[in-house]
Design a binder for this molecule. Structure first.
Ligand SMILES: *[C@@H]1O[C@H](CO)[C@@H](O)[C@H](O)[C@H]1NC(C)=O
Ligand SMILES: [Zn+2]
Ligand SMILES: [Zn+2]
Length: 442
């Protein structure tokens, strides 16, 4: 209810700065115009500047205080009303009529706990030890602010309302889930998210419909035995041997129990125990991740991981306790792109970039918290290419050598703005009926 009151206040204030309404552009004009505007120095240099400030000051999930302040300051300067805080450190801006239909655009804001490599020298490199924007979320924020500028300039032509979702904690913190739980997206009928891509050339985009990224779960297990002298094993219960057999047995879940055509992964990425060459330790800790596209496969994997660890450990007389995820590391659903929004994306991207620059993306087993939105709202996630051989190699994300090609910024801004404006114009997306009672205003 607080939200209702707040939004009506905001939209009442919108009428204060209402220049004469411009003629309504056709869909195709919108697409070409937005890319042209985003490439002009006024907008391009401004986005580059914002991206560099954020790059220098990386903040981890739910600590995006300066980043959020910068976003709010820019929205204030543009005269765009917003709600803050959403999901602890998030900011949600509103542009357009203030009424139905509603379309959302999302940018994640968080950095990673990575130390930029010592050999990387750059005027705007991270100034914070141990933290770095190594996944391009600094560029995502700059692009969404760029889109905000384009949309705000054309707000009288919008056939509905665009929500700008500046979301915290994508990297493992499930910020998207918190944004959803806040209720701010209640009446949204479609949501778009993008990621800069180090596998596709600048000026191209890549995506697909259906499953794009996997659902991801995490497990930890403590396997305990009885420590003792390494040369007198008969007086011990060896957890290293038990844990080793657990690791091997876990590998049979995908190779022997899963449908070979239903992609899944089980990886043990952590194995900790012991410390001396002549002592059998009392316990070993293992941990890892499992991935699947369907809910059924995901649940099945989880159940079997639990069984295999406990039962296999008992073969070597050890006890095991298994835990799955945590509040800090919740499981992520699969990223599944809506088929109707795929058609819309193809239209917009093709008109902006030409059909040869629309790449079909093969699904990968990585995960994205954008998937939480897609469980509740038709959603579409895509990659914007930034590889330019003239600018040297672009390392994959999460690398201490990671770089963003800033030439990508106008593409992201124009795609965001065009996807939203044209979705309102051409599709009038309504929220799914299962979302309960709906009303005409937020
Ligand atoms: C395993 O748990 C059982 C039941 O609590 C206990 O009796 C046994 O000593 C434990 N074994 C090891 C190796 O910790
Ligand atoms: Zn990342
Ligand atoms: Zn990312």
């Amino acid at each position: 209810m607080a939200v209702l009151k707040w939004v009506s206040l905001i939209f009442a204030s919108l009428s204060f700065f209402a220049p004469p309404p411009a003629a309504t552009s056709s869909s195709q004009q919108i697409t070409a115009k937005f890319l042209d505007l985003a490439r002009r120095p006024e907008l391009f240099d401004w986005m580059v500047g914002i991206r560099r400030i954020i790059h220098e000051n990386p903040e981890l999930g739910y600590e995006e205080f300066q980043t959020g302040k910068l976003i709010r300051d820019e929205l204030d300067k543009m005269g765009i009303p917003y709600k803050y805080p959403v999901a602890e450190t998030g900011v949600v801006g509103f542009i357009g009529s203030g009424s139905r239909p509603f379309v959302a655009l999302r940018a994640d804001m968080d950095a990673l706990a990575i130390q930029v490599h010592g050999s990387v020298e750059w005027e705007h490199k991270s100034k914070v030890p141990g933290k770095m924007h190594a996944c391009g979320h600094d560029a995502h924020v700059a692009m969404l602010l760029g889109a905000a500028k384009l949309l705000q300039q054309h707000r009288h032509e919008l056939q509905g309302t665009v929500l700008l979702v500046f979301q915290p904690a994508e990297e493992g913190g499930a910020g998207a889930k918190k944004v959803l739980d806040s209720g701010v997206l209640e009446n949204v009928g479609a949501i778009f998210g993008l990621h800069v891509g180090t596998r596709y050339p600048i000026g191209s985009v890549a995506s697909g419909h259906g499953p794009l990224l996997a659902g991801a779960g995490f497990f930890d297990a403590v396997i305990s035995g009885k420590g003792g002298h390494a040369a007198i094993p008969q007086h011990t219960v060896d957890p290293i041997l038990a844990a080793s057999n657990v690791v091997v047995s876990l590998q049979h879940l995908v190779s022997r129990e899963a449908d070979p055509l239903d992609s899944q992964v089980v990886t043990v990425a952590k194995f900790q125990g012991g410390g001396a060459f002549n002592v059998i330790p009392g316990s070993v800790t293992i941990g890892g991740t499992f991935r699947a596209f369907s809910k059924e496969s995901f649940i099945q994997l989880k159940q079997r991981i639990n069984e295999v660890i406990t039962i296999q450990a008992s073969v070597q007389r050890c006890n095991a306790t298994v835990t799955f995820g945590s509040d800090e590391r919740p499981s992520y659903p699969a990223t599944i792109n809506d088929i109707r929004l795929h058609g819309h994306f193809q239209n917009v991207a093709e008109q902006m970039l030409g059909s040869k620059n629309i790449k079909e993306m093969k699904p990968v087993m990585g995960a994205e918290d954008f998937a939480f939105y897609q469980e509740a709202i038709p959603g579409y996630f895509f990659y914007v290419g930034m590889v330019d051989d003239k600018k040297g190699p672009f390392e994959p994300s999460h690398s201490p050598f990671y770089r963003v090609n800033e030439d990508v910024l106008p593409y992201g801004a124009a795609l965001h703005a065009s996807l939203a404006a044209r979705c309102l114009l051409e599709h009038q997306p309504e929220p799914p009926l299962s979302k309960g009672t709906s009303h005409d205003e937020l």
